[in-house]
Design a binder for this molecule. Structure first.
Ligand SMILES: Nc1ncnc2c1ncn2[C@@H]1O[C@H](COP(=O)(O)OP(=O)(O)O)[C@@H](O)[C@H]1O
Ligand SMILES: [Mg+2]
Length: 213
């Protein structure tokens, strides 16, 4: 039986996911919630190994889009069964830095894999587990890439090294999904100062958490 609450953060490079997940974990922890922070691709050791292949391995430079999506889904499947479901069953709030919507935006919209196939693979990997709340941090792609480059001192991983058009498609896909699923998504602009963004996130989380009790 599921008793916890599952929050995912989505959005392009440098939109502020890691920053705000850190702030939210601290905020919820202080209020007595049991929180598990995790990320995709990644989570359990096997999925973290697949992350290395996807983002950093030199062998990955020749990766086809179909191989890429299958590796993301393989990592996700293990993540869901080994990490996310057990934590939800023990009543935790699980917060994941990216989840299935990232595959729809990156491999579906930006890499042009048919959306029907992406949905089928997402469902296969997750067993149908969806987030209770998805925070989409939205920022113009140029600004997100600028923030990410400053953060990383110019070094970037494979998914962070695409053409600007790619990130434009990613941003549009996220916004389209959010508008199609308003009950699950909360779109939060990340353009202003961090405190302002965080305030909007807290409001969205508290509204949904209270509804869940
Ligand atoms: N609202 C903000 N204004 C300015 N800089 C920000 C803001 N939010 C995050 N940042 C900075 O932008 C960079 C990217 O944020 P990060 O949380 O790493 O993004 P992501 O995890 O989505 O790639 C970091 O250096 C972070 O400190
Ligand atoms: Mg991050």
């Amino acid at each position: 039986m599921r008793r916890g609450f599952f929050i995912t953060f989505e959005g392009g490079e440098g939109c502020g996911k890691s920053t705000h997940i850190g702030m939210l974990c601290e905020y919820l922890h202080k209020r007595g919630y049991d929180v598990l922070r995790t990320r995709e691709p990644g989570g359990p050791a096997l999925s973290e190994k697949i992350r290395e292949l996807l983002l950093f391995a030199k062998e990955g430079l020749q990766m086809t889009p179909r191989t890429e999506i299958l590796l993301f889904e393989a990592a996700r499947s293990q993540h869901v069964s080994q990490t996310i479901i057990p934590a939800l069953e023990s009543g935790k709030i699980v917060i994941s830095d990216r989840y299935a919507d990232s595959t729809a935006a990156y491999q579906g919209a930006a890499r042009s894999i048919a959306m029907g196939e992406v949905k089928m693979l997402n469902k296969f990997a997750t067993g149908g587990l969806e987030a209770d709340l998805t925070i989409l941090l939205d920022i113009p792609e140029e600004e997100g890439l600028r923030r990410a480059a400053t953060r990383d001192c110019g070094k970037t991983d494979r998914m962070g090294s695409q053409e600007l058009n790619f990130y434009r498609d990613v941003r549009k896909a996220f916004l389209d999904m959010a508008r199609e699923n308003p009950e699950r998504f909360e779109i939060v602009s990340s353009e202003g100062p961090k405190e302002q963004t965080f305030e909007k996130i807290v409001k969205a989380v508290e509204q949904r958490l209270l509804k869940n009790v």
